[in-house]
Write a new protein. Sequence first.
Length: 102
Amino acid sequence: MAMVSRGAAGALKADVPASRGTAGLAEAIGRMAQLIEHSRERIRLLEAVIENFPGGVSLFDQDLNMVICNQRQRTLLDYPDELFANGYPSMEMLFRFNAERG
């Protein structure tokens, strides 16, 4: 039986026994497709929770780039749509914006 698991950094990996050949590979690919779809469903659910949370929510990665920001956060901090025209702004862009508007 092909084993599909999460490796380093959460990457999916499949161990296919040599004796199973293409059947084992097909099984592993099918399982990986199921895991990907399950992950997509969980992401959609998490996005819905964040967007419907009554408070402002934002999250920054290790490089200080915004990776999540709900509409409530944008409203509370009075961020214009232009600030998000090219995706989420970096922390530096937010600092500059706030400094410029006073």
